[in-house]
Design a protein around this ligand. Sequence first.
Ligand SMILES: Cc1cc2nc3c(=O)[nH]c(=O)nc-3n(C[C@H](O)[C@H](O)[C@H](O)COP(=O)(O)OP(=O)(O)OC[C@H]3O[C@@H](n4cnc5c(N)ncnc54)[C@H](O)[C@@H]3O)c2cc1C
Length: 415
Amino acid sequence: MQDEGRFDVIVVGAGPIGAATARHLSERGASVLVVGPDEPSGFADHDGVWAGYYDQGRLAHVLEVPLMTSMLAMRSIRRFPDLQERTGVEFAIPRQSLTVMPDDSEGGGLADWFNRALLAGNAADLNVAVEQFSAEELRREYPDLGFAPGHVGIVQRDAFIVNPRGLVQAELAAAVAQGAVLVRDVVDSVERSPQGVRVASRGGETWRAGKVVVATGAATNVGGLLSRPLDMRTYGATVVLVEVPDPSEFDIPAMMYMKASGEEVTFGGIVMSPLQYPDGRWYLKCSGRSLLDNPLDSAEAIARWVRTGGRQEDIRESLDLLAELLPGKTLGPAHTRPCMVCETPTALPYIDWADEHTIVAVEGERGAMAADEIGRLAAGLVIDGVWTDGIPHAAFQARWAETEVSPPLHSVATA
Ligand SMILES: Cc1cc2nc3c(=O)[nH]c(=O)nc-3n(C[C@H](O)[C@H](O)[C@H](O)COP(=O)(O)OP(=O)(O)OC[C@H]3O[C@@H](n4cnc5c(N)ncnc54)[C@H](O)[C@@H]3O)c2cc1C
């Protein structure tokens, strides 16, 4: 085992939040090591860690609930132009963001993400222009789209689709340009002492630092890197990719769509306008109701979920929805991909001390659009030692579970 040296801060996890944290730390003059594996080439025989960001498109808008999520997204989005210009990585494309839901004008709504009054109120609080449509106005505004009867909408016209792979590439490029060191490996252990931390990787390297930031996404509780588990739940989500032969025939907004008949919800999730994927083909992406159906509570369960490639039944559900939504359009073959999300009981990110040397930064469901700001706040907490932002720290304080921490991920490889 080599002892590779000492840094001010080691960031574990090179996803959207870890990469953003590393770039903001290095921007503030810290010597930073960021350790995390690159995206695996496939999932059929997968073992070990996975991520929530292995995709081409994530919504980035203020049509969110709670208001705090919209605010974190807005702060991040404002920095996109600068990050793109500095790194030459174009990761954000302007696109309308439309949320469609059953008419909730009587009050209520089936879920907060689809409560039009809350969405409109949050946008108004942030002074971001949105437009609301009655069922009739929705039909007139989007004549080529077939929404379920009685469904209404709200649109933010100046929203973005963020390529999360591109976002990570840009954040890491900016961090490295500012002196951060990037190592592609999995961290197996973090040892604490009064002087700081000693971090050991699967590849056999070790490093020392004063502080460590754990930004390992939905896998955070199963990595064995925290001395106690967070109160959060991890799920295996499914992405359905439906090939489109000619993307110019599908000039549609990025959508959140809750389709319901009375109390019965038949689809609730994302329908993303066509994007080009690494295989060169164009796909519409759907991610529906099964988002939180597959709880995963161990490293082994995560690896097993990833190997399934996602829930096959979601293909039928997505194709049924698209047949109605895109009448007369020809769709190509569909396939699934596995993804991971996590949720906290506060519905907000955790950005907090886990112990005197460790900070945790986790956001499981909106962590692409908000990543840059979460990384900035986490970096501020590390460098300043205290919370200095105008948003009270109480909003992001971690909650801790009562149970024992799961065994480390490397136990998967040996299981
Ligand atoms: C279907 C779906 C749709 C979504 N839609 C949106 C959306 O529209 N907008 C939005 O903002 N968000 C969306 N999200 C959520 C968003 O993708 C996540 O919140 C985001 O990826 C979280 O970033 P992260 O860096 O915390 O975690 P991740 O993306 O999971 O990255 C964590 C990284 O840590 C690494 N890691 C884990 N363990 C270790 C270890 N022991 N050592 C080293 N590295 C480790 C992993 O390999 C990974 O690279 C969606 C998620 C899914 C699944």
